[in-house]
Design a protein around this ligand. Structure first.
Ligand code: ATP
Ligand code: MG
Length: 365
């Protein structure tokens, strides 16, 4: 078809044949259109290889429309277009010329596919770098904390175990024993988190496996039970029936949930008790990811606060460090998920995140 086309175009006139021979010498895809009616007069084989599959290439206006561009004046900056049939990228340059008394538009199409690909890969490399550096600073911070907290925590566990033994031998009182057990549960969790952080920083890789959102939510709510009771908080866990499992590091995701639920509880301290309602929702979203949302009835966030939300050290709390959400974001991004904020209908905030389904497309690599 290509050569038939070329002869067809060239056969129109001697002048066109001459122009075709000239264009053949140009090392880019090149074509000449008549200025009087926009019809294709001549083209080199590079042009026909690239564009003859587009029926529109025989008329200048039709070609421009097919490539979604309008600019075709001499001296205008080249238009970057991509061809609908082959998906390749070209920079279009237009010039004007006279050949054998015929006024022509000269089109040169330079293949810029490689440049576009290089740009894309540089962009994704930059994104990766940014992400890694964010991850590293949080990682370093976490490593220092883990190191400093490990010793006192081990001591706390020893004291608690010793006290539990003594209370057991003395046969009560039962409230003290329960309180000591609750304290030990908390300390064990803190140790597990620290052990996990140390391991993570060393290996720089989470240990992901099949996990159940319901189990992780229950673990976290158990850790925060006392605080929730003190605030007379209503807690609803609404997970879609037979919610699929996720591909995740259990302790890390529990950490995320813990941070979000803690923030939610803290946000509701100042609202009337009747309004204090915490809800954890779980469902499969349109992208076939698992989406978990922590919803509160706190005061919500101003748009200014929303902009700073995920920056490390942003806090509005006297006793806050402002790293809870930054850590959550690092962890969720590490799992190829997204952490997001939304205002809640009827007042309050929703902090949510997505995770890949276990066995799903996002769960590999
Ligand atoms: N559920 C929420 N409702 C309202 N504001 C919130 C909520 N969650 C977070 N915020 C705002 O975002 C800020 C940052 O939260 P983040 O968890 O990162 O830090 P923090 O809670 O202040 O301190 P910490 O490091 O102890 O978690 C909070 O200080 C608060 O202003
Ligand atoms: Mg917090």
């Amino acid at each position: 078809m290509t050569s038939a086309h070329m002869t067809g175009v060239r056969a129109k006139s001697q002048a066109a044949a001459g122009a075709g021979a000239l264009l053949e010498a140009v090392p880019f895809a090149c074509a000449a259109y008549a200025r009087k009616d926009g019809a294709l007069v001549a083209a080199n084989h590079r042009f026909l290889d690239a564009f003859s599959a587009l029926p529109e290439h025989v008329r200048r206006d039709a070609l421009l429309a097919a490539l979604h561009t309008e600019v075709a004046t001499e001296g205008a900056p080249p238009q970057e277009v991509h061809t609908p049939h082959s998906g390749r990228w070209y920079a279009l340059h237009w010039g004007e010329a006279e050949h054998d008394g015929q006024a022509l538009w000269l089109l040169t199409a330079v293949d810029i596919g490689e440049r576009i690909e290089a740009l894309d890969s540089r962009k994704s490399q930059q994104e990766k770098l940014l992400f890694t550096s964010r991850m590293m600073s949080v990682g370093e911070m976490a490593a220092t904390l883990a190191h400093e907290l490990n010793q006192p925590l081990a001591a706390i566990m020893n004291y608690l175990n010793g006290s539990l033994r003594l209370v057991g031998q003395a046969g009560g009182p039962a409230q003290v024993e329960r309180a000591l057990q609750a304290a030990r549960t908390q300390a064990e969790h803190a140790s597990a988190v620290i052990a996990r952080v140390r391991e993570f920083v060393r290996a720089r890789e989470p240990k992901r496996s099949e996990q159940d959102v319901a189990v992780m939510a229950a673990t976290v709510l158990e850790l925060l039970r006392l605080e929730a009771e003190r605030l007379q908080l209503r807690i609803d866990v609404l997970l879609a029936p037979s919610l699929p499992t996720v591909f995740a590091d259990r302790v890390m995701i529990e950490q995320v949930l813990l941070n979000l639920v803690k923030n939610a509880i803290e946000a509701m301290r100042e609202v009337p008790a009747a309004r204090r309602e915490l809800r954890i929702e779980g469902r499969v979203n349109l992208d076939d990811e698992i989406e978990v949302r922590v919803c509160d009835r706190g005061a919500g966030l101003s748009s200014e606060q929303q902009g700073q939300l995920f920056s490390p050290f942003f806090t509005t709390k006297n006793e806050g460090l402002g790293i809870g959400l930054a850590i959550c974001r690092s962890i969720i991004e590490y799992h190829k998920g997204r952490l997001f904020f939304e205002p809640r209908d009827g007042g309050g905030s929703i902090f949510g995140f997505t995770l890949p389904r276990f066995g799903g497309a996002g769960a590999r690599g």
